[in-house]
Design a protein around this ligand. Structure first.
Ligand code: GCU
Length: 845
């Protein structure tokens, strides 16, 4: 009895663990019913691998693991072709006559069913062990997705040789722009002792065809090149190697001077070249399959070749020559721009920088250099056109850099599935040559027959159980890998695959989540920066909340130039910065003319009056208003759609995602109100629908009856920090431009109001501020009866009272009669002042 109890407890524990999100899309959940029966009949009892390498062993182990999970059967492991039916894995040569002789490219695989004697075989053939691994994952994916295994004949070749991920992890264990916890690689300035997570991560990467991973921030810590770290880097390489993932590192270009004690880091100085060679040789002695090096130079304060009036080619080549004998690649980042530009000069344009810096150097880079170019010309904004540099390099290898970590995309607190965005960019025709010159073909080196090229994703997965801090964000890594393998896959196919692998085969679950994911980028765009405005976020701060003007009047060059008269950056050749002229004529002509410029990019490329009519017939200002209201409603609808999955998704992930979506629904309103208010004040054009600046049912906290709370407006400094930033800035971040705050040290404060509407059922929405410097507590009362309480304990990236910390608490099902008193009590904690913005009283249907 006791034993049974313990067993079922253990089984339960396994179930619970499996649903933390740790297993991501590799859950191998048990199949049921007809599917189980079908695969039990078609999957043989033996798995044989003819290749003895560790990567091939991983492939075999994965098949055993997957089949055990899904079919509840443990396959017998063999190392030669058995007489009986089996899954057999090997190179074409090792497989002998089992399949016809074919030539497979590196990493490609062929899944083929065949019969020999009395045996039925499912063959996984490849030209190398990584191909076997990718074939094994493909076979398991087929079973999870319910695809038939009879007459199997699937041959897949990766689209591009380069399918990398970059991590921006610091040696101290924190991650620049990481939203899923601390580093899986680093802790306290050393590689972590326990690298189990690293191996598990490598497995996830392998399952989507990724074969290299850089393990430290592009803003590189020079110490990484000291001898002390070499064996540590090698340990990470050892942990990832069984999954066919090679390690790369980022380096600091000043290292020969700062570490090597040379008096220079001039790339043309022979001593500097010798220094790089010696260090690279040392690295390869410890980790012979190192994939290469990533270099960010002359960018955002990093030193670079400009210190010696040398070119980016000189800088890239000196490191590339050291790597070449080892077969290593040097990724030189194209993200080079001046962040001290004079914003008053209307001809200045950060968007021009990548092309201006690299186009003239085409042909001067070594064969093992890849210029790594961000998808757009600025910096991972919510929408940007494809960077013109992709069409401007013919004799240089290139790779597209995509940001999987959601820096400007709601930092994993908002659901934003990026595959549709990436697809638009990858499919964009740069018109750079007669044949296929879509961006994907250029990046992969196909258009100009380059030796290498491809994809780099900035991932920043962390120690959170679900890797990213948001279950739905996992779809971005999955989608990135699938696109790097095959950019011709549709967004729909990728979303659907991911959903079924991650949440199971229930059609309602699949349809609901897939639809939500597919619409989420457009939704997020329409509250954070429609029509090519970029992301109207706090670009000099946390890159999260709203701050429409943060991009203006500074040298960073993310300008949108919105003022009383109009909005948008004039990047035309005729009257603007000339950026559009960096595209080939077919693209440039389309962008230059207002008549043919796509609405989605209008304000990125043109400056227009607010009354300018879009192709849809709507004015720009009315589009800004309408789109914000539409998408705030759309995110609320996501919450309802998700709720309809209760009981169909395991409880833990159901609740986690529900909490996240409810939070996002509140944030979409904060963005809506802030952006529409700002543009209304600037343009002085009223909303034709009468919604903007009118909030029925809203009671501003500053107009409630206050006990202890004091009203703060935008000019006052943050409490406790006399010279700190103003309490609410910018003004549009708070409804009515004011908030109420409870002085630090006070026991508690209250804000109350008398209800004056019709009797009935209501939802109360309390907009409060959840700063990062304390955990304030709140209670809500109706006529002295406590109806809710909560703690302001989210991990939001700000200590200020602004849109980043503005958070919504929803209290549903409250009966109200005229004269009822609604009271909110706030208890401050640390620097957190239990601030309130407003209370909204919404009649329930
Ligand atoms: C962005 C990001 C930085 C990062 C940089 C880069 O600007 O905010 O944190 O260092 O990109 O790509 O190098």
């Amino acid at each position: 009895m006791l034993k049974l109890g313990l067993l079922s407890l253990l089984a339960c524990a396994a179930l619970v663990r499996a649903e933390t999100g740790y297993d991501a899309w590799l859950r191998y959940a048990p199949l049921e019913g007809a599917a189980l029966e079908r695969y039990r009949l078609t999957v043989p009892a033996v798995v044989a691998v003819l290749d003895p390498s560790p990567v091939a062993m991983s492939a075999r182990a994965e098949i055993v693991r997957g089949v055990k999970g899904m079919l509840g059967r443990t396959l017998r492991e063999e190392s030669s072709v058995p007489k009986e039916s089996a899954i057999v894995m090997g190179t074409v040569a090792q497989l002998g006559g089992l399949i016809p002789a074919v030539t497979l490219a590196p990493d490609a695989f062929w899944l083929k069913s065949t019969t020999q004697g009395t045996g039925h075989f499912i063959v996984i053939a490849a030209s190398n062990d990584r191909g076997l691994l990718y074939g094994a994952f493909a076979l398991l994916r087929k079973i999870t997705l319910g695809e038939g295994l009879a007459n199997l004949d699937l041959r897949e070749t990766p689209y591009a040789p380069v399918r990398w991920v970059n991590h921006w992890d610091r040696l101290n264990g924190t991650i620049e722009r990481g939203y899923g916890g601390n580093s899986i690689f680093w802790e306290n300035d050393h590689v972590r002792q326990d690298l189990t997570r690293v191996a598990d991560y490598a497995r996830l990467l392998a399952s989507i065809g990724i074969d290299a991973c850089s393990i430290n921030n592009v803003n590189a810590d020079p110490r990484l090149l000291t001898a002390e770290y070499t064996p540590e880097i090698a340990r990470i390489a050892d942990a990832m190697r069984p999954w066919g993932v090679r390690v790369a590192i980022s380096v600091d270009f000043g290292s020969p001077q700062s570490l090597g004690k040379l008096d220079t880091f001039d790339p043309l100085d022979p001593r500097v070249a010798a220094w790089w060679k010696a260090h690279v040789d040392e690295l390869y002695a410890a980790a012979p399959d190192l994939a290469g090096i990533v270099l960010k130079a002359d960018s955002e304060g990093r030193v670079g070749p400009s210190a010696y009036h040398r070119t980016h080619a000189d800088a890239a080549n000196v490191v590339a020559r050291a790597l070449a004998p080892h077969g290593g690649l040097l990724f030189y980042r194209g993200f080079v721009y001046d962040h001290h530009m004079d914003w008053q000069n209307l001809k200045n344009d950060r968007g021009r920088a990548a092309y201006d810096n690299f186009h003239a150097l085409d042909g001067q880079f070594e064969a093992n250099v890849i210029v790594q170019i961000k998808n757009g010309p600025i910096d991972f904004q919510v929408r940007e056109p494809a960077s013109p540099l992709f069409g401007g390099l013919e004799k240089t290898n290139q790779a597209i850099e995509l940001q999987v970590t959601q820096e400007y995309f709601g930092q994993a607190r908002h659901t934003v599935f990026l595959v549709p965005y990436w697809k638009e960019t990858l499919d964009f025709d740069m018109h750079a040559a007669a044949g296929d010159s879509t961006l994907k073909a250029l990046a992969a080196g196909k258009t100009f027959h380059r030796p290498t090229g491809g994809f780099v994703g900035v991932v920043n997965a962390g120690l959170d159980e679900n890797w990213f801090g948001n279950h739905l964000s996992q779809a971005n890594l999955y989608g990135y890998g699938r696109l790097a393998w095959n950019p011709d896959l549709s967004s729909q196919k990728i979303a659907d695959e991911w959903t079924r692998l991650t949440f199971g085969a229930n059609p309602k679950v699949d349809q609901t989540i897939t639809q939500m994911q597919l619409t989420s980028w457009r939704t997020y765009e329409n509250y954070t920066g429609p029509l090519g405005l970029q992301t109207l976020t706090d670009i000099t701060g946390d890159h999260y909340g709203v701050n429409v003007e943060a991009s203006e009047r500074n040298g960073w060059g993310q300008w949108h130039r919105a003022d009383e008269a109009g909005v948008g950056m004039d990047r035309t050749v005729a009257t603007g910065t000339g950026y559009i002229g960096q595209y080939r004529p077919a693209v440039a002509d389309r962008f230059e003319s207002l008549a043919s410029c796509p609405d989605d990019l209008l304000l990125f490329l043109h400056h227009v009056p607010y009354t300018h009519r879009l192709h849809s017939g709507k004015t720009v200002i009315q589009y800004i208003y309408d789109s914000h209201y539409e998408v705030a409603a759309a995110v609320s609808a996501y919450v309802e759609q998700w709720k309809s999955l209760r009981g169909l998704v395991d409880e833990q992930r159901f609740n986690d995602v529900l909490t996240q979506l409810e939070y996002q629904a509140g944030q979409a309103v904060v963005w809506r109100d802030a952006v529409t208010t700002w543009f209304y004040r600037a343009s002085k054009i009223a909303d034709a629908k009468g919604l903007v600046d009118h909030y029925p049912g809203r009671v501003e906290a500053e107009s409630m009856t206050l006990a202890g709370y004091t009203v703060r407006d935008i000019s006052e400094p943050t409490p406790g920090r006399a010279n700190g930033p103003p309490i609410v800035t910018p003004a549009e971040d708070a409804s009515g431009g004011k908030v109420v705050a409870c002085p630090t040290g006070a026991k508690s404060c209250t804000a109350s109001t008398k209800f004056a509407g019709q009797p009935g059922w209501y939802t109360l929405r309390v907009e409060y501020f959840d700063q990062a410097n304390g955990v304030a507590h709140y209670r809500a009362w109706v006529n002295g009866q406590a109806v809710d309480e909560w703690a302001a304990d989210l991990r939001l990236p700000s200590i200020r009272l602004d849109s980043t910390t503005s958070t919504r608490r929803t209290i549903a099902g409250i009966a109200l009669r005229p004269g009822d008193e609604i009271r909110i009590e706030g208890v401050p904690d640390g620097g957190e002042v239990a601030a309130l913005d407003y209370l909204e009283i919404v009649a329930e249907k």
